[in-house]
Design a protein around this ligand. Sequence first.
Ligand code: ADP
Ligand code: MG
Length: 259
Amino acid sequence: MDNTVTKTNSAVRIENVCCYYGENQALEGVNIDIPRNTIYSFIGPSGCGKTTLLRSINRLNDLIPGFRLTGGIYLNGKNVYEDNSNEYVEHLRRGIGMIFQHPNPLPTSVIKNMLLPVKEHYKGNHDDFVKLAESKLKLAALYEEVESRLNKSAMSLSGGQQQRLCIARAMMLEPDIMLFDEPCSALDPISTYKIEEMLMEIKEVCTIIIVTHNMEQASRISEYTSFFYRGKVVESGPTPELFSRPKTELMDNYITGKF
Ligand code: ADP
Ligand code: MG
């Protein structure tokens, strides 16, 4: 009984995960439990395995020759590495949105960017899809900014607008989980603020995992944080506690900028 409760409360459970690129080990014995409808930050210096772990959740690393993972990553109690069929892996990736440091809109109109993913995966009425697109653009606080140029190229938007468009586009598939890999590191503070506002809205409907180098950002928006160092998770816990009372000297040094 207790077991079931734990399973339903966690969106992602990472159990004793080790990752290797050929001979090189990138992650060692990582354990993290990510509760549903929360924002969870991964922090730590570059090269410590944050991106590797993020990309392991939707099995993107499978595409890298020589990549190997041991341990398990559980979504709704199922180890995502248990089933290697193309059908399952496609289904898994469809339920997990991913946003990168540099926005990657397609070189087509704003509205086509929004409609292409749903049209590829679902049959439905065009007008309903347009309505859905409008609601997701509103969620991104982008609708008013692009209402008059839905048929203009997405490439004509500012960097911050492009990033919000990419998030809105990912939300079209109503993912359970959204992965963000340093989504604001190429953006100015105002665009960053707008994205943070958006993340606070999105977590009502999905679970967010974000890699960030911005410690203020992690404190502002995330309920939980894990600190990575050289392929290991050194500390995890509720963000306010982790930042105000770090348990290790490593974490203390990192947050006080002594690295
Ligand atoms: P972070 O996101 O914390 O900066 P990464 O997950 O990108 O760290 O990298 C962790 C380690 O894995 C690094 O030593 C990096 O060189 C290595 N690595 C990352 N991607 C690849 C790859 N595609 N092929 C080989 N090694 C990689
Ligand atoms: Mg990275």
